[in-house]
Design a protein around this ligand. Structure first.
Ligand SMILES: [Zn+2]
Ligand SMILES: [Zn+2]
Length: 132
């Protein structure tokens, strides 16, 4: 599936909440990463990918960290380790997300009928509860 670009480590789209905001930040590996993911730019408050000061993105939905490619789009290059503290970052859940949504019978991943929990981390946190 061409939509899954994990192999090249380059993701051509990022969910809307891709660049985390100060509010609702999950716990990141270190304060520097948390700061790097915090968009405090007034000009680009709603467009983190447009802001030259934003270098990293975090997707709550896929639990993945990326370097923002400032080419005018919303591309990121996924990273496995935090460049500040060296912590191994969580493995991307992108493939699991597509597998689950596909298993529900969706082939259009923008289908508005996809349960809302799949728009955030809720789907993977739900799964954690189930396996406990
Ligand atoms: Zn870190
Ligand atoms: Zn800015």
């Amino acid at each position: 599936m061409s939509i899954r670009l994990n192999r090249e480590r380059k993701v051509l789209f990022m969910d809307e909440a891709g660049a985390a905001t100060a509010a609702g930040n999950p716990a990141h590996c270190c304060q520097t990463m948390t700061d790097a993911l915090t968009n405090d730019c007034e000009i680009h408050a709603d467009e983190p990918f447009e802001c030259a000061d934003m270098l990293f993105s975090y997707s709550d939905k896929f639990d993945e960290y990326g370097l923002i490619v400032h080419d005018g789009g919303s591309a990121v290059i996924l990273i496995d380790f935090c460049p500040f503290c060296g912590t191994r970052l969580p493995s991307s859940r992108r493939d699991d997300w597509f597998d689950e949504v596909e298993a529900l019978g969706f082939s259009d991943f923008d289908d508005p009928a996809i349960p809302t929990k799949y728009a955030t981390s809720a789907w993977r946190l739900d799964n954690l509860k189930k396996t406990d």
